[in-house]
Design a protein around this ligand. Structure first.
Ligand code: CP
Length: 323
């Protein structure tokens, strides 16, 4: 099967390799797709006849379900595969799994995998379009795109916004993709967390570093708060979760110390009472559930563009034209 090579290229493995214009084109394409999810019948025939495999080798709620909704709302045929239910547990390699799926004439693979670089590895070995749904600590491009769309919805522009990513940056593919996207679109970007949870040399990505969450809050327009990825930690990166919350947790008391309204983002899953307190997560400036809603539109946009659609044709496509 031959793949479509779109204005994004064949695959979406990360935001590092995209231009600002390509990132903007995805966000602009997502705009008209938002409305489809609000219809009574949430379906348009844009990807009719396309077959998409969702290959998830790590747990996921938001990304997996969001991709599946996006695919179904664009009328693609979808198959979901998890590592525990596949022949991977019998020792089959990733490439053999994908090649066997391709032998059944698929068009796209959406993959989440625990190994950094696995999305590119697969993309270079199969002709189907590959979309990275999170690979190890490397990138999670559609999460960053939905974060960008949510910030743009509320602030009009990404450029000039002061965005601080707070928490476990070291293990976070979300942080890396956000930094690439935000810097390319002209935001001022910072990170904040214990030094044990910040990658060495993070400043080289064009970000400033805050050692105190109070100082980060004082500087920021937007906070994107990350959970501690305990499943990727082997040692004691923080003394205890209670102490982490005491020193680094985003609380309403800390936010009340500044007289600006910060936009609060979190990619999920949240650990309430650790990196974020419930009154912040559920508070008036939280856009955490809007991020989830925007995730469907962003993923529709990525699928549509990789299938050969263009930002200019997205509005017409909603009315029935196929990509
Ligand atoms: N944000 C995110 O990737 O969540 P899931 O792990 O639930 O997909």
């Amino acid at each position: 099967m031959t793949s479509t090579v779109s204005s994004l290229g064949k695959d979406l493995v990360g935001l590092e390799g995209l231009t600002a214009e390509q990132i903007r084109s995805i966000l602009d394409t997502a705009e008209p797709f938002k409305e489809i999810s609000e219809r009574r019948i949430k379906k348009v025939p844009v990807l009719r006849g396309k077959t998409i495999v969702n290959l998830f080798f790590e747990p996921s709620t938001r990304t997996r379900v969001s991709f599946e909704f996006a695919e179904k709302r664009l009328s693609a045929d979808t198959v979901n595969i998890s590592s525990s239910g596949s022949s991977v547990v019998k020792g089959e390699t990733l490439v053999d799994t994908a090649r066997n799926l391709e032998a059944m004439n698929i068009d796209m693979v959406v993959m989440r995998h625990g190994s950094s670089g696995s999305a590119r590895f697969l993309a270079e070995r199969i002709p189907s379009n590959v979309i990275n749904a999170g690979d190890g600590r490397h990138e999670h491009p559609t999460q960053a795109l939905l974060d960008l769309l949510t910030i743009r919805d509320h602030r009009g522009e990404i450029a000039g916004q002061k965005v601080c990513i707070v928490g476990d940056v070291l293990h976070s593919r979300v942080a890396r993709s956000n930094i690439y996207g935000l810097v390319k679109l002209g935001a001022e970007v910072a990170v904040c967390g214990p030094r044990t949870l910040l990658p060495r040399g993070i400043e080289e990505m064009g970000v400033r570093v805050f050692d105190r969450v109070e100082a980060a809050i004082e500087w920021s327009d937007v906070l994107n708060i990350l959970r501690l990825q305990l499943e990727r930690m082997e040692g004691g990166y923080v003394p205890s979760l209670r102490e982490y919350n005491h020193i680094w947790g985003v609380s309403s008391q800390r936010l009340a110390a500044v007289d600006r309204e910060l936009l609060i983002l979190h990619p999920g899953p949240m650990n309430r009472g650790v990196e974020i307190d419930s009154d912040v997560a559920d508070g008036p400036h939280s856009v955490i559930l809007q991020q989830v809603t925007n995730g469907v539109a962003v993923r529709m946009a990525v699928l549509y563009l990789l299938a050969g659609g263009t930002p200019d044709s997205a509005e017409a496509a909603k009315g029935g034209k196929e990509a």
